[in-house]
Design a protein around this ligand. Structure first.
Ligand code: AGP
Length: 605
């Protein structure tokens, strides 16, 4: 949520700031802005909408200066308009902020009493005012420190000062901030992805840290104003590949990559010569795990729900899946013999990170399943399992979901084997089946055209339901989430057996309903639930691996997935649902990669 960039260099920085903001746009896209210091003054320019609009403004009215900050916004306090867009500047200081200042109302009143007035409705402007006030009587370090001390909530900040025209300040509490090192220039950015085109050498601020960037050096301080050193990480070249290629948008690229990304992920974890999963040194001996708790948000939570079914199926361990924003505040009884698994594509989701920190404070054992290996969750968890999906840019998560499920499935099988919950023969068979997933995904991806036709039925729908039982239920929930976030059509994922307890009342003539009915042990029951829907006028899209003709009666569309072992057909059921959401959104002219009101990395509560 919100993207920050800051650069100090020996050359003009505005073009590089715009370039980095375009990369950060996935974090927020309701307004954009930039501030530089030129001719001894703060030059602030901002606009509503996308970075392209800001670029046009700068084209008419160039922003010179060899240091500056930029921002893309996802509104929290105040409408997404030009005044509320960042940066927020006074005569002497300009600030960009990601996060939420929870005591901003109180601070605003305090400084209004001192005679300061505010231009915007944002929580951020109090930071500008406080820095301006402290600068009158404090040196730079004390001014930053005293301002940060007064802030409650979460933030990553980028700040420039009129009277310190050789430096940029960055600070972090709760929201991520990376520092990049260049030749005669240095950078701050909300993530390493934004900095990758400028450098592959990165450090990360920890909570409470702040830094001062000069073009030839970077100084780091902790929350006690003590100078500290930071480890420098070298980013791999591989992760630089983040363009659309020949695809219309990132989402279609990312959906179509899923055969390749699952193959890569499986290869990373499977022993080349034996049918063995190379996951060792878990923070608890698998034989001694009392319970597994899976914690995440959104799509990542759905992968946890999926994994709950697998863990119950293959192991003797008790398991629960939790939504991070609930888990972090509940009085959960944390137990040192339980394993706490946090799943997050970005590794920066505020609620998931806070839930992890709660576990760390209570000294229980944690494992992070992430895509971004340099992320806060990856750095904080006791043990990390990357999903190796490569950068995911589309706000709607697709290949990361499949990647999370692959890693959770691998982990489940490994734990089951270590505990002797499955026999060696069964384990080997499951691993062999798992190896087939990339090809089966490829086969399913090739059927995209069939879904294009079906999508027309959904574009005028008031609402829709996605139904599934057993392994298909979490996938139904994920399918519904994809449709609502991309096409803004109300969609509910429901356990098919629950329909008669209320939601069946929603079914009316012509309502499109997606039924996931693989030929597993629930098949007959799901078919009965489907008939109940059809009897009330529902237009059913059935997704199944069943080839018999008998089920065809009264079904509007049938989408055939390849036959496979029933515990892994969830991977294949996911693909048509991604395509469906994509094509409905395309027909409705929705912004595929940047759906309204959303952002990729949710770093606020
Ligand atoms: C998925 O399509 C969503 N955009 C969203 O639910 C996402 O999965 C959620 O915000 C969690 O993000 P994370 O995986 O980066 O933690």
């Amino acid at each position: 949520m919100c993207g920050i960039i800051g650069i100090v260099s020996n050359k003009s920085v505005s073009a590089s700031i715009i370039g980095a903001l375009k990369k950060l746009e996935y974090r927020g896209y309701d307004s954009a802005g930039i501030s530089t210091i030129s001719n001894g003054q703060i030059n602030e320019q901002k606009c509503t909408g996308r970075v392209d609009n800001l670029e046009k403004i700068l084209f008419q009215n160039p922003s010179n200066g060899d240091l500056g900050i930029g921002h893309v916004r996802w509104a929290t306090h105040g409408m997404p308009n030009q005044i509320n867009a960042h940066p927020h500047s006074s005569e002497v200081v300009s600030v960009v902020h990601n996060g939420i200042i929870e005591n901003s109302d109180k601070l605003r009143k305090e400084f209004e009493k001192k005679g300061y007035s505010f231009k915007s409705q944002t929580d951020t402007e109090v930071i500008t005012v406080m820095l301006t006030d402290f600068l009158k009587k404090e040196n730079l370090i004390n001014c930053i420190h005293k301002t940060l001390e007064k802030l409650e909530g979460s933030f990553a900040l980028g700040v420039i000062f009129k009277d310190f025209n050789n430096l940029v300040v960055g600070a972090r509490r709760g929201s991520p901030l990376a520092v990049g090192y260049g030749h005669n220039e240095n950078f701050i950015g909300s993530d390493s992805y934004a900095l990758k085109s400028m450098t592959n050498k990165i450090s990360y601020l920890d909570d409470g840290d702040f830094c001062i960037l000069y073009k030839e050096k970077v100084e780091f301080y902790n929350s006690d104003k003590q100078k500290i050193n930071k480890e420098i990480f070298e980013l791999s070249n591989e992760d630089n590949i983040a363009d659309k290629g020949d695809y219309k948008d990132f989402m279609s690229k990312e959906i179509n990559e899923q055969s390749a990304t699952t193959k890569k992920c499986i290869n990373e974890y499977l022993d080349k010569t034996r049918n063995e999963i190379n996951i060792y040194n878990l923070p608890i001996d698998p034989k001694k795990i009392n319970k597994i708790r899976l914690i995440a948000c959104g799509t990542a939570y759905h992968s946890c729900l999926m994994s709950k079914y697998w863990i119950e199926e293959f192991t003797s361990i008790d398991v629960e899946a939790d939504i991070a924003s609930e888990f972090r505040y509940r009085k959960v009884k944390l137990n040192p013999n339980d394993l706490y698994i946090f799943v997050s594509q970005s590794g920066e989701t505020a609620d998931t990170y806070a839930a992890l920190e709660k576990c760390k404070k209570n000294k229980v054992k944690t494992c992070g399943i992430v895509n971004v290996v340099e992320s806060s969750i990856a750095r904080s968890a006791d043990f990390v399992l990357p999903i190796h999906a490569g950068p995911e840019i589309g706000v709607a998560s697709t290949k990361a979901f499949i990647g999370q499920m692959i890693v959770l499935y691998l982990l489940t099988l490994k734990i089951a084997k270590e505990r002797n919950d499955v026999s060696v023969e069964e384990y080997t068979k499951l691993v062999l089946d798992l190896k087939k997933i990339p090809n089966l995904i490829e086969e399913t991806l090739n059927k995209q055209k069939n879904i294009q036709v079906i999508a027309r039925d959904f574009i005028n729908a008031k609402g829709t339901m996605y139904l599934g039982r057993g392994y298909s239920y979490p996938i139904a929930m994920e399918g519904a989430l994809k449709l609502k976030e991309l096409s803004y059509i109300h969609a509910e994922g429901y356990a098919a057996g629950e329909m008669k307890h209320g939601p069946l009342a929603l079914i009316e003539d012509g309502m499109p309903v997606v039924v996931l009915a693989p030929k597993d042990r629930f098949f007959e029951k799901t078919i009965s639930n489907m008939q109940e829907v059809i009897a009330r006028g529902g237009k059913v899209l059935m997704i199944t691996d069943d080839t018999s003709e008998t089920t065809n009666e009264n079904i509007r569309f049938k989408f055939q997935i390849p036959k496979t072992n029933s515990t892994i057909n969830s991977f294949l059921l996911t693909i048509p649902l991604q395509f469906l959401a994509y094509h409905v959104a395309l027909l409705k002219n929705c912004d595929i990669d940047k759906p309204r009101n959303l952002a990729k990395s949710v770093t606020v509560e």
